[in-house]
Structures are given as C-alpha cells and as structure tokens.
Write a protein that binds this ligand. Sequence first.
Ligand code: DAH
Length: 386
Amino acid sequence: MPFGVIYIAIMPTSDTGLDKTLAALGVTEAAQVVPRFAQVRSQFDGQFQTVADESEWKIFRDTWLGRKSGVLTLITDNWLKPATPDLKRVVGQQLNELRAHVESQIEARRLTVESGAEEAALARDRVDLSLPGVLRLVGSHHLIRQVFQEIEDIFFSIGFSIVEGPEIETPYYNFEALNIPEFHPVRDDMDTFYLDSKGAATPLLLRTHTSPMQIRTMEKQKPPVRVIVPGKVYRRDNPDATHSFAFHQIEGLAVDTDITFCDFTGTIEYFVKQFFGPSVKTRFRPSYFPFTEPSVEFDVSCPFCAGTGAAATGGSCSKCKGAAWIELFGAGMVDPAVYGFVGYDPKKVSGFAFGIGIDRLAMLKYGIDDIQVFFQNDVRFLRQFP
Ligand code: DAH
C-alpha cells in the first residue's frame, strides 16, 4: 500500500473525536467513555492488519505512539488532561489499557515485519543451483613448456636431475669460467643485454645460454654430476623467423671419473630417439665451443622424409631441404680448462655437456615455421597444442 494512502487511512483524529475534548463530544458519564475507547481500539486493530513492511510499520508506529501528535498523545492532551474529576479515573484507566494494547501489538508487529524483511533478503540472495554455471576456460601449458617437460622426463628417466639458475648473470659465469675470455670472438655471437649495474661489484647481464649453470653446479657439488638445466636465455638478436631476443634452452652436464665419448653419444642417441621416435638415426659432426673439447654438432635423420631427403609428393623434402639430416644442437666433452675454474681435477674426471635449443626442437617436431608465434601468444595458435 502506498505511503500517502495508509497515512490518511490510519489518521483517526476527526472521526473518533480525538481533536476535541470529551466535554465537547458530549461525554459526561463514565459509561460513555468506554465505547469511545473501544472505537479507537477497533480502529487500531483494523489499521494494524494493513501494515506490511518496515516502512509502513514506522508510519503506523508514529501515528499511534508519536510523542507530539500520536493518537495516544492526543488522547492524553484532549481527553485525559481536560477531563472532569469524575471522569479522570476511568479515562486514565481506559487510556492505560489502550496504551498497553497498542504498545504490545506494535512491538509484536515489529518482529514479524523484521523477520519478513529477513526472509525477503534471504530469498533475494538465494543461490539458484539449477542455473547453468559460468564456464571458466582452463588454460593449458604453452607448447614450449610442454616440450621442456617432454625433454626433462626423458633425461630424468636416465638419472639426470633438474636444476635451475639465475637469468641475470655475471660475465664470469656466462663467459670467463666457460673458457670464453674477454675479446674471444665467440662473444660476438652471444652479444647480450647488460644491466645498469653501476656500483655493483661486477657488471650484470642477461645470460646468453644456460651453460653458466655448469659452473654453478660444479662449484657446489663434487662428481658425479648429472644435471639438466631448463631455462630462458637472451641475446641481442634481431627478431626473424628463427631468432628472438629471448628463447629457451636445456643445458646438460654429466661429469664422473670414467665418462667416455661412448657414454656421451649413447646418451644423446637415446634422447633423440625418445624425442623423435625409434626410427630416426643420429650423427655428429665436428664443431667448436670454447667449453668443450672435442665439440660436436648433433644431427637427426629427417623425421619428415624418413631420412631420404625426398618429399612423398616428389621433389625434395621441404623440412631438410633434401639434405636428409637436420641439425639439432651443440655438445661435446667438457674442456679440461673448465674443470680448472671449479676446482675439479682434470686428470681424474671427465664428462660431457650439451645445449639444446627448445624453440628450435619444438618447431621441428611440431612443424612450426616461425619462432615468433611462441611469444605472440595468439590463442588460435596456443589452442592447437592443448
Ligand atoms: N651454450 C651453447 C650455446 O648457447 C650451446 C652448447 C653447446 C652448450 C655445446 C653446451 C655444449 O653445453 O657442450 O650456443
């Protein structure tokens, strides 16, 4: 019921004679007083039924109990106070009864109105379990992360443990301890980003490869060492289909008292077959890295043309360009000079190391021809590798 309407409806002043004294209403005997109060009370009871919510209840309460012009105040002022001594007692008594009734009813109504409000609030907030849920898409691992995982699993299964190292390195770990002195020409291939390290004890740079972890691992640990190091590396390369200023590598290092070149090639061959499938062949060619001696470059027989160099549809295989072999990554036997930097005795220990480019391997295995797609994070690309 709208405010105005109820307000007028429950203002019982004139028709019940509240605005007049009893004398003016012609009430002179006690017997006439009782019906007057009964009328007011029945009006109260009638209005009482219509109070539906808290705001209506407040208006109702003020109408009846309001200090200034509530009904009970009007009765006190207009009926009781000016009453003749004969009537005063019965008016007072009637007024008390009426007051007790009005106050208790209004209080009782307050409780039901409030619990009604509570119920309404509960109903409003109720969770509708029959509604269809909000579908939140769960992401998947980036293809690079998946390839990391694949390679880690393979090496883990043959006794390598996984270590990680800092992406911010010192020139000592990134170069010198790896037998790459200042002004060594290979530094040109590994030009990188230097940090503003004024005041630092040494210049700081973003590592160009994961190889510094060879040094950090051997510094901390006596042989036998068998670790792989997955991580991000940086170079000052201009971006193109095969270059990016940031990319990913897994370094490998195995050092013990009796590791041979056969252990080395056998391990690599095992890995390559696990990764590309049992039918591929591996080969190695001489190469050069300052921290390995001898150094090699590993190739895999092209998995796309079964090492024939020929496309199934005629012509030469587009992946290996007809070469039948695909270059995979660099490796070698650890150069004895490196042992000198970590306090290993080069006469007692031997070992091998390798550095796998993850982006390159992922591109090869999954037929991706542009390294940039790994960094653009276009979901149309990412969704192809759930
Ligand atoms: N660190 C080399 C690079 O980023 C890759 C590499 C080659 C790592 C031979 C090795 C290795 O451990 O033995 O180009």
